[in-house]
Design a protein around this ligand. Sequence first.
Ligand code: TTP
Ligand code: MG
Length: 660
Amino acid sequence: MALGDNEGEPPLSDDDIDWTDESADIAASQPADCRDAEGQPQKVILHFDLDCFYAQVEMIRNPALWNLPLAVHQKYFIVTCNYLARELGVTKRMMATEARSKCPELVLLNGEDLTPYREISYKVTELLESFCPLVERLGLDENFVDITELVEKKLKKVPLPSDVSVNGHIYNQQALDTMAPDHHRLALGSHIAAEFRAAVHTQLGLTGCAGIASSKVLAKLVSGTFRPNQQTTLLPESSAQLMCGLIHVRAIPSVGRSTAMRLQALGIHSVVDLQRCPLPTLEKELGGICARRIHCLSLGIDPLPVTPRGPPQSLSDEDSFKKVSTEVEVMQKVKELVSSLLHRLHRDGRVPRTMRLTIKRFSESSQPVSRESRQCPLPTTLGQKIRSGSWDAVTPLVSLAMKLFFRLVDRHMPFHITLISVCFTNLQLCCLGTRGSIVSFFSQGSPVKPKEAPSAGSSGPTCQQGALDTSGNQDVQEASLVASAPLQQRSAPSPPPGVDPSVFWELPEEIQRELRSSAASAPVPDCPGSTASSAPRLGLGQHASREASSPAVLRPPSLALRTLANQTQSLNPSLNSPVHEVPSHVDPQVFVELPTELQGELLAEWKRETRTPPSTPPSTPPSQTLPSPKRGWSRPSKGKKLNPSNRTQVNNLLRYFKPC
Ligand code: TTP
Ligand code: MG
């Protein structure tokens, strides 16, 4: 049944939505068999929201807390509390002092270090991804999952809707019409949601609420109807009621404070006001795209697909306070933020190319104070230090941040700052070698292995960076920085320059030989940020590509980048090393032992090859000692083994990865 079809429903009151405009169009375009205009099955979206997330994490870390009222605070505010504390009157966003007075036995924990929450948050996403690739994170404790395909599969197994039921609640207690295809799909979706929740509970010990509906906005809005640890399915006929039940426009996801204020200026306060507002009026105030989007959302229509986002594009940390008004205080805060971010960056394995500093000034006004930012590109040498996890990076980063700060604040005038945020953006995987050179895959300090901080007196390739470029709103000049990239000393034969010895010694002798001979002809290892490495060597799109044809999927590919953080595991399959897709002709045992970057490159090449018409001849001349992975990688057609005669035409690197 389509949106807006009220058959079998109580009639809408005069105050109910007038389903006009897009809603009517979309409703009309939904054929009865639940396929959209392009013939795709109507979506079944799951929204999963963990219960009292930070508090649950704390209870997992310390099981003695399970039966106690518990709240987590940041500064003076409660950011969450467990349901026992909620029963005793504690609420989210309450002042900690008030919470204590309401519940004297309350256990109060500081939740300012987000590390444990982040870690568990990613585990939840990874677990969901292991069931279904279309997972979109929303904050730390929410995920959307597009389960349409899983539903379709179930549908093939149980085509007859006779005994279908909904697992959990149905919003508004609407009766399930087992003969209606969309009801049937959503009912199957509710069983999938229950399976996901059970898995998250048994494997990670976490409970959460789920909403099952035909779009992201509806799934999100319905998921909290019954809490905690419950789930609710929204049948299409109840969408209007769900939306009208939202009192204020702020309840609509993606309507933030400033949009709400602009709507207020138009006299729009409630969701119903928004639904009734003529689109041109909204467009005039908010611009076309935003106006149409929130108007659709107010009607429960959300055409945006679930979009897996991969790893974050930036890493940031911020601190707020009552008053910071001296340079020393600012520097201390910046140092704390930079140090914590360095730790995260090292675990992430990517190198930032840009740093942004944001501040908020004190204001007596009741109006919200906007943040001010300045950013600058990071010197390439600093990138090297960051990647190596060396604490040497702290001082130059703090010094850069202070320069940004003084672009925002006149140091000769009194200032009063209430927030400082440091953000590293433009995170890139990078390798030292020239693009296309195998050397680049084995570069020292690759995310595969953690590296010692450079020891005193060590020497290595030195990169100098002069004045910083300016970009965006920054114009900071930076003095030259010199980075040392020491190589571990090992007995002869030594690895080629720029190659991480710890990786090098793990390789088969043949590859070692090939690397050495390659290095003789390869350009000198480059610095991150140079032309050679400025293009990302291995973007998520390559690593997490979902377009490959029937790969041997052992773990969801989108985990790959995240598991770069698991550096010590990467070379040791026995340590439960994450295993990604494996090109069909590569020995999985060998594959898991490779550096992650090389795995990604092999995979990406293999995928490209699978999309290449079979007639395309390999272009690498057989005599080439060390061909670039970009050139001449040839994948035999499915099921066809390489034979000695065509082996010579295949990229030399690949033959090392063939199963024995
Ligand atoms: P929420 O999903 O709002 O809350 P919750 O998961 O703690 O509780 P529930 O969903 O059962 O109602 O927020 C997720 C986490 O985000 C929360 O555990 C703590 C953090 N948080 C903040 O940091 N600041 C805030 O203002 C709020 C509300 C939450
Ligand atoms: Mg939650």
